[in-house]
Design a protein around this ligand. Structure first.
Ligand code: GLC
Length: 643
């Protein structure tokens, strides 16, 4: 384990730090006997179930024994300070559910050049009140950007992309972050490797041991069957599920891009080795593992190869392995699927799988609501989420590094006369700025000429009209756009779960069209929202009245309120309220004898809002208490009134 002696770590825990206070150990070794007992106890708790699931899947006692041996080895290697953090987190319970958590997702190179650069920029992130950083893929990946999928084609799970730094830099960053009460999230890309990964290179050279770690197929019938049964991930940019390798006269399975080879988890060697990689990375100080594309990891001819029962077995095993070796580490499932498929990834309360999942349907439904001005579908979605056990923690977001796929509840929309294909066309037209009343700007993604399907890419600010208003120099339109942007963030912060800001959104960063001039990126419009962070604009935060000033300070205030007011606790009872106007979303949070009425106007018109009862409410934004029966809510405005 590395712990690079750079500059001394001086800063004290942030005020909003939740898990590090009092938990940071000295550098000396802990009590080895006590530690061993802690490991043994945790292993005893999970051993039988782990073994049972492993044997059911693999029927291989030797490989299971190897796994357990390695778990012990990784536990022994785990630095004392991480073990102490594990202990503190075990005691605290679900630390990631705290209302004080605020996340930010960023590309290291776009934000600060290197990992060391991110470390140097921590004061800015603290100023943003961020205490959870998701670093986008940073493991070694092919240098040709058109063959790296933004780092999701991993060449080596144990080394960092050289231009970003080293594994020592990462461990050091993690240590500094922990000192400041910040946790780190990384992508664990477990469905596939890059074609340049050592296993893939050896498989391509015909080594049977390595070929068995992927799916090779020469039989055209089988290939055709997969083509019929399995939906396409990237129908336009990477059609098909197989890539022909002339040197072997066979195809290799590549569900994503042709240079991302799907791993074969039917081979216990693959599972074991990937778990060792997971534990190795956890031991560098990673707190949250984002399980990339996890629904895809088990393939079975004759199925759609998504969300198969074996996927849940694998995730459950991973959860137990983590709980034994590094119980402070959280699994975040990237399950971009229909709601019925998403929730099972939490497992059950007794046999949990992921700690957290992306609230993907809510995200897509939010933008649907922006485009339609009709909150009915969003209410159904929010109420469904609120009806789940409170232990089920969602990660809430407006935008991330990926496109928005329009995964909406079409059976419901159909009842209201909206058919899937024309509705998606409407949404895509709207967000490209073609529909009447739209101020959004952005680009389509994977537009499929056969199905008429397409997804959408842009930054939050561009979708809210900040790009268009800035381009047109329209101050009035800018006012509305900034209001819309803040309203959507307020709505995100009103939900229970972990809110994540997409880096740049805190200062209203707009689309970056330069990817179109770069041949290695031009085909992938997701780069429109992966632009370099505009540090020049950060200076504008302190200039009264600028867009950056209004958004940044506006967000800070919302985040401060969310962090401090008990009504935002994860234990609150949350639901939506029926209101006579379909463009008004009304969320009610109740906790500790307080009731929050959060009201959001998804329309271009000012509205008069009638409160359920005339009473004295506190306006959380101004802090003022007023007797209220009704109030005026501007177009795209919101209010937080507490009773
Ligand atoms: C995930 C990532 C996406 C990537 C894909 C393949 O969905 O979010 O960016 O393209 O996995 O690894």
């Amino acid at each position: 384990m590395s712990s690079k002696a750079k500059q001394p770590i001086s800063s004290a825990c942030m005020s909003n730090a939740i898990e590090c206070k009092g938990a940071l150990p000295t550098d000396g070794r802990g009590d080895a006997g006590l530690e061993t007992r802690a490991f043994q106890k945790r292993l005893e708790r999970h051993h039988d179930e782990l073994r049972w699931l492993y044997m059911e899947l693999y029927d291989n006692g030797d490989m299971f024994a190897e796994l357990v041996d390695q778990m012990r080895r990784f536990f022994d290697d785990r630095p004392d300070r991480l073990k102490a953090l594990d202990a503190a987190r075990e005691e605290a319970g679900a630390w990631y559910r705290s209302q004080k958590m605020l996340g930010m997702q960023m590309y290291i190179d776009n934000f600060a050049g290197t990992i060391a650069g991110v470390e140097a920029r921590l004061p800015y992130l603290e100023r943003c009140r961020v205490n959870y950083i998701h670093l986008m893929p940073f493991l070694d990946t092919p240098t040709d950007k058109s063959r790296s999928d933004g780092g999701y084609a991993v060449k080596d799970f144990r080394s960092v992309r050289p231009d970003l730094g080293t594994m020592d830099d990462l461990a050091h960053l993690a240590q500094v972050c922990h000192e400041r009460g910040i946790s780190l999230c990384m992508d664990f890309v477990m469905n596939h490797t890059s074609e340049e990964h050592e296993w893939a290179r050896r498989a391509r050279a015909g080594e049977g041991e390595y070929m068995s770690r992927y799916f090779f197929e020469a039989n055209q019938d089988v290939i055709d069957r997969y083509g019929r049964d399995v939906p396409q991930v990237f129908p336009t940019t990477a059609p098909g599920h197989w890539t022909y390798l002339p040197e072997l006269g066979q195809c290799v399975m590549t569900q994503f891009y042709p240079y991302q080879w799907d791993l074969n988890y039917k081979n216990p060697r693959v599972f074991n080795e990937m778990m060792y990689n997971f534990l190795y990375l956890a031991n560098q100080g990673i707190d949250i593992m984002r399980l990339d594309a996890v629904p895809y990891i088990w393939k079975q001819l004759g199925t759609n190869c998504r969300n198969l029962p074996q996927v849940h077995t694998l995730v459950r095993m991973m959860r137990m392995i983590g709980e034994v070796v590094c119980p402070g580490v959280v699994l975040l499932g990237e399950v971009v699927m229909a709601p019925v498929e998403v929730v099972p990834y939490f497992g059950t309360v007794e046999k949990p799988e992921c700690h957290m999942l992306y609230n993907v349907t809510t995200m897509a439904t939010t933008w649907h609501t922006v485009a339609t001005g009709d909150v009915r579908l969003l209410r159904l979605q929010l109420d469904a989420v609120c009806g789940l056990p409170k232990e089920y923690t969602f990660l809430n977001y407006l935008r991330c590094h990926d496109d928005i796929g329009w995964g909406l509840d079409y059976p419901v929309l159909r009842r209201w006369g909206q058919e899937e294909v024309p509705h998606k066309r409407y949404l895509n037209d709207y967000f490209q700025g073609y529909a009447p009343g739209s101020t959004s700007r952005g680009a389509l993604y994977n537009a499929d000429p056969v199905t008429g399907d397409a997804r959408f890419c842009a930054t939050t600010a561009s979708m809210c009209g900040i790009e268009a208003a800035g381009f047109e120099g329209d101050a009035e339109a800018m006012k509305v756009a900034v209001r819309k942007d803040l309203m959507l963030h307020a709505y995100m912060l009103t939900q229970s779960g972990l809110p994540i800001i997409y880096s740049g959104d805190e200062i209203g960063q707009i689309n970056d069209y330069s990817y179109r001039d770069d041949p290695e990126k031009a085909d992938d419009s997701r780069y429109i929202h992966r632009g370099a962070f505009p540090w020049g604009l950060v200076e504008e935060i302190d200039r009264e009245g600028t867009v950056q000033n209004r958004i940044f300070l506006g967000l800070l205030e919302l985040e401060r309120i969310r962090c401090d007011d008990p009504v935002f606790s994860a234990e609150a009872t949350v639901g939506t309220k029926d209101y006579s106007d379909v463009s008004i979303l009304w969320i009610v949070r109740e906790c500790a004898g307080k009731t929050l009425h959060a009201v959001f106007n998804f329309s271009d018109r000012e509205k008069t809002i009638w409160m359920p009862e005339q009473a004295e409410y506190t306006d959380l934004l101004s802090g003022e208490r007023t007797e209220l029966a009704s109030f005026e809510l501007p177009a795209w405005g919101f209010a937080w009134f507490e009773l």
